[in-house]
Design a protein around this ligand. Structure first.
Ligand SMILES: Nc1ncnc2c1ncn2[C@@H]1O[C@H](COP(=O)(O)OP(=O)(O)OP(=O)(O)O)[C@@H](O)[C@H]1O
Length: 479
């Protein structure tokens, strides 16, 4: 407790931290809390599970307790589940303050959220899309007086991936006062450091954990070479083994697509494994329910897309299985970081097919560590291959019978409308683009063929000339 106090926190807050199990500051907390209390902006880069959340929650609560008003702090985070998790930390640590928080995320009632926002909560925790929608559509609340802006998983919020947050961030930043403290945290900040530094200009304090290796020591990182066609048999075998060998076990399996996630969940259920799925095509209430069931250990297996890759803190997770090798090392770091948190041990097994070897090399290069091979008894896997493949096919057929693909199409259209695009026009544009690409490809092929023919002709002529010269020489010799 004394150590948290030594960082500048009040006795009540240090005591509250102790009561919720934070007895001694972790390095990221020890390094970042004092400069934040001094009024500086902060960029904190520390490994997964190292306590970055409390590194911003504690100083925000400290400053809030000295001059409480609403809306005092805005926290932005990329996923809805993460927003609730952060709100929970604010709630437990800020209980003695009577802290009022408000979570603003997509998929839930907008009117209710607007009402809550108008009641001036101390802290708003939001995903960018929904908060920007509120700002565009109502003037019943103001962010003009906020003292703190926190970007959790800051690099994800700023990168322009498949879900691009930047247009929403622009709307939000326009609604904020220039005089504020900005705190940015992630386990993978360094790639986007330049953009981030532009956001935090108030005597920014940058802290990065001193370590070459970018994943935690307690994590045992393995790969398993598997032929693509029988990958699922390996997965079933792995799960069966963990179930047989451990009483208390809990696994997160990451998949590439929502459909894969759904099919695998159906398949594992057919084998009576206690699994639940979590992906972005589920309704928000189903997503929360699935996560709650997994957190309470009613279901021991969570099959998820990368929507669960960042930030989720579930201490009981001992195993992470990557059903596909992540295409980006950064995603690998976040996925495997769902285990071996806060000093606990954990294992991550990545299924690697013949097509993914280069991805493993990229991961190893980034994390500065070689993955070790995980060995299994191949015969046991071969024994179940046919059965597993048949079961998977059955599940795929079952899924095709539902409106899953249709929903996907509808979701895509909805997303486009939200982004201000016309789905029909986009479809037309896409078709035209495909046509142009096809034409270009045909043209390239034609050029290549012509070039090749030309080359062959030249070669033929050269050969002919050579032969002629040789014949002439021979004839001259004979004379
Ligand atoms: N000082 C502390 N002492 C003990 N446990 C702590 C301390 N600080 C945080 N923890 C615990 O460590 C776990 C991980 O913390 P947190 O979720 O903040 O990690 P993180 O660094 O944000 O990870 P990620 O990068 O995956 O989001 C949580 O269960 C939290 O309660």
């Amino acid at each position: 407790m004394a150590e948290f106090r030594a960082l500048g926190l009040s006795p009540w807050l240090a005591e509250q931290a102790r009561q919720v199990g934070l007895s001694r500051p972790t390095p990221v907390q020890a390094a970042c809390i004092p400069p934040v209390l001094q009024g500086r902006d902060c960029l904190g880069c520390a490994k997964t599970g190292s306590g970055k959340t409390a590194a911003f929650v504690l100083p925000v609560l400290q400053v809030l307790s000295e001059d409480p008003y609403g809306i005092f702090c805005l926290v932005l985070t990329p996923t809805r589940e993460l927003a609730y998790q952060i709100a929970e930390q604010f709630r437990v640590l800020g209980k003695p303050l009577g802290l009022k928080d408000c979570v603003v995320v997509g998929g839930l009632d907008m009117v209710e959220q607007a009402l809550e926002l108008s009641r001036k909560p101390h802290v708003v925790i939001a995903t960018p899309g929904r908060l920007a929608d509120h700002l565009r559509s109502s003037n019943t609340f103001s962010l003009k007086k906020i003292k703190f802006l926190v970007l959790d998983e800051a690099d994800r919020l700023l990168e322009q991936g498949c879900a691009d947050f930047t247009p929403d961030l622009e709307v939000i930043l326009d609604a904020l006062p220039a005089r504020r403290q900005t705190l940015l945290f992630s386990a993978t900040l360094t790639d986007t450091l330049k953009e981030l530094q532009g956001l935090a200009a108030n005597r920014p304090f940058f802290w990065e954990a001193e370590s070459q290796v970018r994943t935690v020591e307690e994590l045992d990182q393995r790969y398993l070479l598997v032929p693509e066609a029988i990958k699922d048999a390996y997965l079933v075998h792995l799960i069966q083994t963990f179930q047989d060998e451990h009483d208390d076990w809990s696994i997160i399996i990451f998949t590439k697509t929502c459909k894969d996630c759904q099919v695998l969940n159906m398949m594992l259920r057919k084998y009576n494994f206690p699994s639940v799925a979590l992906h972005s095509m589920m309704k928000q209430r189903q997503r929360f329910a699935a996560l709650a069931k997994f957190k309470s250990s009613i279901f021991k297996i969570l099959i998820a897309t990368d929507v669960a890759a960042r930030g989720l803190d579930i201490p009981t997770v001992q195993v992470v299985i990557n059903h596909n090798t992540p295409g980006l090392p950064k995603i690998y770091i976040h996925r495997v970081g769902r285990t071996a948190r806060a000093g606990r041990k954990g294992i991550a097994i990545t299924l690697v097919t013949q097509y993914d070897i280069h991805l493993v090399h990229a991961i190893e290069e980034e994390i500065k560590l070689k993955l070790q091979e995980f060995s299994v008894e191949e015969q046991l896997v071969l024994n179940i291959v046919t059965q597993v493949n048949v079961t998977r096919r059955q599940c795929e057929i079952e899924l095709e019978g539902t409106d899953f693909d249709e929903k996907k199409e509808i979701n895509k259209r909805k997303q486009m409308i939200l982004e201000g695009k016309d789905p029909d026009l986009e479809a037309k544009r896409k078709a035209e683009l495909a046509k142009i690409r096809k034409k270009n490809k045909q043209c390239r092929e034609k050029v290549q063929q012509t070039l090749q023919k030309k080359k062959q002709l030249q070669l033929k002529r050269k050969l002919q000339k050579k032969m002629e010269r040789r014949n002439k020489a021979r004839a001259a010799e004979e004379k």
